[in-house]
Design a protein around this ligand. Structure first.
Ligand SMILES: *Cc1c(COP(=O)(O)O)cnc(C)c1O
Length: 442
C-alpha cells in the first residue's frame, strides 16, 4: 500500500507496510544444490573437521581473493581476533575505535589487554590516525584499525603511526572481505587482518572467520594456536585454543564464494537505488562508498540530522519498526558506553565527540539478496514521508524516551539496545510466535 499521509503510517495506527519483518543482515545464500552436494560429500567421507578438504580449499580461495599468502579459517571472527592479537604478542594497551562492534574491544579485554578508545573521522566513520598517535603511552603495544561498513580506514596513515612508534598493527576487516584501498585488496595490510563470515555478513559460513597475513611465521603461530598448540600428533608446542572452522562451514563458504559477484552486484544495485530514492530528502545522508575503491556495499548507512529533519533518528527507527522494517542503530551507544568499559572508563566519551555525535544519528537499512527493489522503494517512501513531515510527526510521536520504539521480542541482537533501557516483557502473542523465528536475525 502506498503511504501518502501521516495517518497511513503504522506508528500512528495505519496498516504496516510489510506483513513480514524485513531484517538488516538477512543471510545471502548461494546455490542450494552446490551446498547440498558438498554436505553429501562430507557426510560420505565422514570428514567433519580438522583441516578437511573444504577448509583447505576455502582458505586457498580466501587468500587468493585477498591477495595474501596465508589464510587461516576460524570458527568465528572474535576468536580469530583473539588469536591474532595473542600471536602478535600484544599486551598492555591497544588503540581501537569505539565506533565498532563490541567484539573488537572484547577480543582484547578477554585477554587482559586494555582497549583504548579512539575517535573517528565524522565523514568516513573510520578511526582517526591523528588521535591514535595522541593516545599512545608507554604501555601501548598496538593498534587495531577497523574497516567499517566495507569502506576502508586510512591504512597508510595508521601504518606510518605504527612504524614511528614501533607498534603492531592489526585490522578488524569483519566488514571488508572483497574490498580494496587504492587498488590493494583488504587483507594485505598490517601484521594481519581478520574477516568475519558470520551469517549477517555478506559472505557467510553460518559462523566463521579467517586471519590473513603475508607473514609465514605469524601464520604458522596462528595455525598452532587455533588447534590447541598441536604441531603434530601428540606434540603440543605452545598454549592454544580451539578456533577451527568445521567442514560444513567451509562448504557453505565455498558455495557463497561461487555467488560472490552476484552478492556484490545486488548490494551495489540496492545501494544505487537507495541513493536515487533518498536523493533530496533534506537531513538524510546516505554514506557513500568511495568509487576509487572496491567495496562489497554490504551496509546502507543513513545519518539523520535532526536539526534538519525535525524527527530524531530514534523516532524514525520507531516509524520503520512499526512498518516491520527493522532498521538498526549500529553501533549504538558505542563500545565505551557498554560494559565493562563504561564502568572502567566513565569519562571516555570526552575524547570521543564524533563517536558520541554519530551514534545518535546512524540508522542502517536492509540490503542484500533477501531484499527486493520493490521493498526498497517502499522503505524509501516511508523515510521520505516521515522526514518531509518530520516536525508534525515528531510532535505526534512525542520526544525522547517516550518514543514507542517497537521492540521485536524475537530480535536477539542485544547490541542495539543499551542496558539502561530495560527490555519490556514480551507480549504473550510474541512468546507464542517464538518457534516461527527465522533461522537467523542480526
Ligand atoms: C561481526 C563483527 C565481528 C565479529 O565477528 P564474528 O564472526 O561474529 O565473531 C567483529 N568485528 C566487527 C566490526 C564485526 O562487525
Amino acid at each position: 500500500m502506498k503511504k501518502n499521509t501521516l495517518n497511513d503510517l503504522a506508528v500512528l495506527g495505519g496498516i504496516p507496510s510489510f506483513e513480514e519483518k524485513i531484517h538488516v543482515g538477512r543471510p545471502n545464500i548461494g546455490s542450494r544444490e552446490r551446498l547440498m552436494e558438498r554436505i553429501g560429500n562430507l557426510l560420505d567421507t565422514r570428514w567433519l573437521s580438522n583441516s578437511g578438504p573444504y577448509v583447505e580449499e576455502f582458505e586457498a580461495r580466501i587468500a587468493e581473493k585477498a591477495g595474501v599468502r596465508h589464510a587461516v579459517a576460524m570458527c568465528n571472527a572474535t576468536v580469530a581476533l583473539q588469536i591474532a592479537i595473542r600471536a602478535c604478542g600484544l599486551t598492555g594497551e591497544v588503540i581501537v575505535p569505539s565506533f565498532t562492534f563490541i567484539a573488537t574491544a572484547h577480543a582484547l579485554e578477554w585477554q587482559q589487554i586494555t582497549p583504548v578508545f579512539c575517535d573517528i573521522d565524522p565523514q568516513t566513520h573510520q578511526i582517526d590516525p591523528n588521535q591514535v598517535e595522541r593516545l599512545i603511552t608507554p604501555r601501548t603495544s598496538g593498534i587495531i584499525g577497523v574497516h567499517l561498513w566495507g569502506r576502508t580506514c586510512d591504512v597508510d596513515a595508521l601504518a606510518a603511526v605504527a612504524r614511528r612508534h614501533h607498534l603492531k598493527l592489526l585490522f578488524d576487516a569483519a566488514h571488508a572481505f572483497g574490498c580494496s584501498s587504492k587498488g590493494r585488496s583488504i587483507g594485505q595490510f598490517g601484521e594481519a587482518e581478520v574477516f568475519s563470515f558470520h551469517a549477517t555478513k555478506f559472505l557467510n559460513t553460518f559462523e566463521g572467520g579467517a586471519v590473513v597475513t603475508n607473514d609465514a611465521a605469524l601464520a604458522d603461530k596462528i595455525r598452532l594456536m587455533q588447534n590447541f598448540g598441536f604441531r603434530s600428533y601428540d606434540d603440543v608446542v605452545c598454549s592454544g585454543t580451539n578456533g577451527k572452522m568445521s567442514e560444513i562451514a567451509a562448504a557453505m563458504g565455498l558455495t557463497g564464494l561461487e555467488s560472490l559477484e552476484e552478492f556484490i552486484g545486488v548490494n551495489y544495485r540496492n545501494y544505487q537505488q537507495y541513493r536515487r530514492e533518498l536523493e533530496g530528502v533534506a537531513g538524510v545522508r546516505l554514506l557513500n562508498y568511495d568509487a576509487a575503491d572496491e567495496s562489497n556495499y554490504q551496509y546502507i548507512v543513513l545519518e539523520i540530522d535532526e536539526a534538519v529533519t525535525r524527527i530524531s533518528r530514534d523516532q524514525l527507527a520507531a516509524v520503520l519498526w512499526a512498518e516491520n522494517v527493522l532498521a538498526r542503530r549500529y553501533f549504538y551507544p558505542g563500545c565505551h558506553r557498554m560494559e565493562p568499559y563504561r564502568s572502567l572508563f566513565p569519562d571516555a566519551g570526552q575524547n570521543l565527540p564524533h563517536t558520541e555525535h554519530l551514534v545518535r544519528r546512524v540508522l542502517i537499512l536492509p540490503t542484500g539478496t533477501a531484499v527486493e527493489p520493490e521493498q526498497i522503494r517502499r522503505i524509501c517512501g516511508i523515510v521520505r514521508l516521515a522526514v518531509c513531515q518530520g516536525e508534525a510527526l515528531s510532535r505526534l510521536l512525542g520526544h525522547g524516551e517516550a518514543v514507542p520504539v517497537p521492540r521485536d521480542a524475537l530480535d536477539s541482537a542485544a547490541e542495539m539496545w543499551p542496558a539502561e533501557e530495560p527490555e519490556p516483557a514480551p507480549a504473550p502473542e510474541a512468546r507464542l510466535a517464538l518457534p516461527a523465528r527465522p533461522a537467523l536475525i542480526g
